[in-house]
Write a protein that binds this ligand. Structure first.
Ligand SMILES: [Zn+2]
Length: 737
């Protein structure tokens, strides 16, 4: 998964705009005070009352009874047992161990009583290291170890199966050239080098991981475009090491030899197996050559620990680097250019190999053709203590608990689909291939995709959701207790206020509705238009994608006692149950409309689009969508309150509501990236969230004709959805007469 500094520019803007904005919408809402549709209104509902978004009173009481049975089942001891098994050996995608774990997960699911358990094979381009060499050849000689130290306290660190330093999909090659320090390796860094007269063409470039954060694949893409001969990416202790606090094995931060592995795929252009773009890599599928794949890097790249990077940095000549390029090592960093020379040699194995997704179901008792899809990836760079085996352990406990309910005759009304993805770390591969294979069924049947990548690296809850699902997540957070003894809702408020550097936040600001890429939700949201949620507990974590992200780390720092893992099981499970058992699907399109309006405000604040575009029509369309959504919310609340909505009318309504998210998708995709079809959400090349992607990217490029054309497409989509909600309301009124 990604390791993203989540608080980007947009959120800071929200902090500026958000107060006034939500105050305004709140006063509008006051006129409809009776209607519990928004996060704030929902949040004001005491947890004790049997009132839930989308439920009749009688159904809500039943749902509470089911949750009362479900929540106590989560066992920290059982989760720890799952976690120990999953993290016992390194299990990268394509490895024998990871393939064995696929069979093991399938076996667990069968024993737990899940249905339709199957393993899907996809034949995809895999990339593994054969050998790597990084050596300083001038002005002095030093050979990088490219290995991580073992510690006696943690026997797993002595495992001979731990790989050395490598980056998935690095090119193979052998180059000797001068080395240049390019800070974070983003375009503005190279601009500064150019100002200093330093040309990087044909040179070896050393960059650090995150200052500010950008996906390592974007660093590779940027370097490749500039003609860089090889890219080295190191972890500066300022970002994830001793500057932050105690390092492993005495603390959660990265020690001197820790290496952040990862892939450098250009999956921000198109995710999934690079050789089957846009179709599923089922056995026998056609493959294009890796040379023709848009998502394949053509650059040699190696990750380094700071211990391996230090002698290189120390020997760089050239001008001193600017102040904000300096790191935590106790000397002045220089830009380099000619004095220091490196020899880098990388040999990768690159071949088509099988990846295995595991799928299982609990078929719904009333609506078997309506699906809630839950997913987590199985593959890890090494042991995957946090990423992803914390999520896998939470998921296995979730399915065990659902299996126990099944045995007592408790079956959800809608179908739950459980997915254990392979190859997320390479190119979001397993989820993308599966969703490409089942695209038609998913578009017809999927209500939501609930992703948990890493479930736990600490106690700070981070919940993201498409705008329509945000209020349901806030509502549920009242019903769960954290290990602190408070409700999840209260803990979440405190965490979010801290993140946004505010004394307090409103309920509307709890859920992050700005969703980028970096995990398996991408294909569901951006390619298929399925409402999505991402759930995670975060904490101090400096060993991401290193050998120290392991069982010892989790038991000493991340979640000793596995209480947050268990809370994730409860949260993920209860959300699934509410989505599966509600009478009317708990989407809130009025809240979604407010988010869309906010995205337009933010874009205008950042790129001054209103001086080049007439936003009146777009804003009118958003207003109309919000009004139709409010009217529908009121009609639904009324129908649920008096209990007049029958099963047939509800089913018809639900199928209309499921269509709304699909309608944000343009079959042509966004300009330049046709795979990304959603017009509200996409990801930047850095993996950062990107709202209104078609308009935003055109505006940032100053291409106003394209920006206006993209705005027109969004207006048509808003109009379609306004009409859809208006008709849904009319249908509801007709049905209740
Ligand atoms: Zn992950």
């Amino acid at each position: 998964m990604k390791s993203v500094a989540r608080i980007g520019v947009a959120v800071l803007l929200m902090a500026v705009l958000g107060g006034a904005f939500f105050a305004e919408t709140h006063s509008v809402r006051a006129g409809h005070g009776r209607i519990a549709t928004t996060a704030q209104a929902a949040a004001s509902t005491p947890a004790s009352k049997t009132k839930m978004l989308g439920f009749k009173a009688a159904s809500a009481a039943k749902e509470q009874a089911v949750e009362k049975q479900f929540l106590p089942l989560a066992s920290t001891q059982q989760i720890r047992t799952f976690h120990r098994y999953l993290t016992a050996e390194p299990h990268p995608a394509g490895s024998l161990r990871n393939n064995e774990l696929a069979k093991w997960v399938a076996q667990q699911w069968r024993e737990q009583g899940l249905e339709d358990v199957q393993i899907h094979e996809y034949d995809v381009l895999n990339s593994t290291p054969k050998s790597a060499l990084v050596e300083l050849v001038a002005p002095t000689h030093f050979r990088a170890s490219l290995r991580e130290d073992a510690y006696p306290q943690d026997p797993d660190t002595k495992n001979p199966a731990i790989s050395g330093a490598y980056l998935g999909y690095s090119a193979s090659g052998d180059v000797t050239a001068p080395v240049v320090y390019a800070h974070s390796g983003n375009p503005e860094d190279y601009a500064l080098l150019r100002k200093n007269g330093i040309d990087v063409r044909g040179k070896i470039v050393l960059v650090r991981y995150s200052n500010p954060y950008s996906y390592r694949g974007f660093k590779a893409y940027t370097a490749q475009k500039l003609g860089v001969a090889a890219l080295l990416i190191y972890s500066d202790p300022e970002e994830d090491g001793f500057t932050k606090g105690k390092v492993f094995p005495n603390g959660p931060w990265g020690p001197e030899s820790h290496i952040q592995r990862g892939a450098i795929t250009y999956d921000f252009i198109e995710p999934g197996d690079p050789t089957t773009p846009g179709w599923a890599s089922v056995p026998g599928a056609k493959h294009i050559s890796p040379d023709d794949a848009v998502s394949m890097p053509h650059l040699i790249a190696v990750p380094l620990s700071w211990r391996d990077a230090e002698p290189i940095l120390k020997n760089l000549g050239g001008p001193a680097a600017p102040k904000d390029w300096q790191g935590a090592l106790p000397f002045t960093y220089h830009l380099g250019g000619s004095e220091a020379r490196l020899h880098v040699k990388v040999e990768m194995n690159q071949k088509i190999e099988p990846y295995y997704d595991v799928e299982a179901r609990i078929t719904g008792s009333e609506h078997p053709d309506e699906w809630i899809v839950l997913g987590n990836h199985r593959d890890a760079w090494v042991f995957g203590g946090v990423d992803p085996s914390s999520g896998t352990a939470s998921m296995l406990e979730l399915t065990r608990n659902f299996g126990a309910l099944l045995k007592k005759g408790v079956r959800p009304k809608r179908t739950l689909v459980f997915c254990d993805w392979d190859g997320e770390e390479y190119a979001l591969t397993g989820s993308t291939e599966w969703a490409e294979q089942y695209a038609d069924e998913l578009k017809k049947s999927a209500i939501a995709y609930l992703n948990v990548d890493s479930s736990t690296s600490g106690s700070d809850f981070d919940g993201s959701a498409s705008g329509s699902l945000a209020p349901a997540l806030v509502e549920l957070s009242h019903s769960l207790r954290t290990p602190s003894g408070k409700t999840l809702f209260d803990d979440w408020h405190a965490t979010r206020a801290r993140e946004l550097h505010k004394a307090s936040v409103t309920d509307s600001q709890l859920v992050e509705t700005r969703i980028g890429s970096g995990s398996d939700h991408t294909v569901f949201l951006n390619y298929l238009g399925i409402p999505t949620m991402l759930l995670e507990f975060n904490g101090p974590y400096g060993v991401y994608h290193s050998a120290y992200d392991d069982f010892y780390w989790m038991n000493h720092f991340g979640d000793p006692g596995y209480r947050y893992h268990a809370l994730m099981t409860q949260l993920w499970g209860a959300l699934s149950l509410r989505l599966a058992n509600s009478d009317v699907l708990p989407y809130d399109f009025a809240f979604y409309a407010q988010q869309i309006r906010l995205y337009v405000h933010e874009l205008d604040a950042a790129s001054h689009i209103s001086t080049h575009m007439n936003l009146a029509a777009l804003n009118q369309q958003i207003d109309a969508f919000e009004k139709s959504a409010r009217d529908l919310n009121a009609a639904i609340a009324q129908a649920l309150a008096v209990g007049t909505i029958d099963a047939g009318a509800a089913e018809k309504l639900n199928h209309s509501l499921m269509q709304v998210e699909r309608n944000w998708c343009n079959p042509d995709g966004i300009p330049g990236r046709p795979w990304f079809k959603h017009d509200l959400y996409a990801a930047r090349y850095t993996y950062a969230h990107l709202e209104l992607p078609g308009i935003t990217e055109a505006a940032e490029a100053g291409n106003w004709p394209v920006a206006n054309a993209q705005a027109a497409i969004l207006q048509r989509e808003l109009q379609t959805n306004t009409e859809l909600l208006t008709q849904a309301r009319a249908g509801l009124a007709g049905a209740s007469q």
